[in-house]
Design a binder for this molecule. Structure first.
Ligand code: IMP
Ligand code: MG
Length: 179
């Protein structure tokens, strides 16, 4: 699968992703029974994951969106910018931050720091994917659908320079293209 100038290989099928998303939703269903959290989708990467996840939970829920940016090409750039803020007031609310992937953790660290200032009652992290060996910040990931290798991936919302988000499956950078 060619995305811009890079070659990618099939890594996780759509079916497997959906099974893992359902399993994650089951965990949320146990923990949020009787509550009404705000699920905050971190744009752009989490938009497909969030859309599938919210349709699998069975508690009342509000949806919100925030946008952060940190990645250029294949590497995280270290500085994280908030590009668009949440519309809802989070004071006293339970928050589930819905993120596509945790890599170094810098983005999530910044998000959690922002929520602390806003006075949320609780803040939990639900991510689709985690590259555990690359985590260099001290953040707690409460729910994670899948652990993956430390390679660059695209598809199911994740991009390479803005492309590949619409792919149904997740693809991994080919070894030959990993320079
Ligand atoms: P972190 O701040 O290093 O944890 O990076 C997290 C952000 O980088 C995520 O929100 C993703 O948007 C992006 N990212 C990390 N790894 C990948 C990848 O393999 N493919 C596409 N985007 C990625
Ligand atoms: Mg992202």
């Amino acid at each position: 699968m060619q995305v811009l100038d890079k070659e990618f290989e099939l890594y996780i099928t759509h079916e497997e992703i959906l099974n893992k998303v359902k399993a994650l939703a089951e965990e949320l269903n146990k923990d949020y029974n009787g509550k009404c959290p705000i699920m905050v989708c971190i744009l752009n990467g989490a938009f497909i994951f969030a859309a599938d996840l919210v349709r699998e939970v069975n508690f009342p829920v509000e949806i919100g969106f925030m946008k952060y940016s940190s990645y250029v090409g294949l590497d995280t750039v270290g500085t994280v910018d908030k590009v668009a803020d949440l519309a809802q007031d989070v004071k006293g609310r339970d928050i589930i931050v819905v993120e596509d992937i945790i890599d170094t953790g810098y983005t999530m660290e910044r998000i959690l720091c922002d929520f602390k200032e806003k006075g949320a009652a609780s803040v939990k992290v639900a991510c689709l994917l985690q590259k555990p060996k690359k985590l260099i910040t001290n953040i707690k990931v409460d729910y994670c659908a899948l652990d993956i290798k430390n390679e660059f991936i695209v598809g199911y919302g994740l991009d390479y320079n803005g492309h590949g988000r619409n792919l149904k499956d997740i693809y991994i950078l080919s070894p030959d293209d990993n320079d």
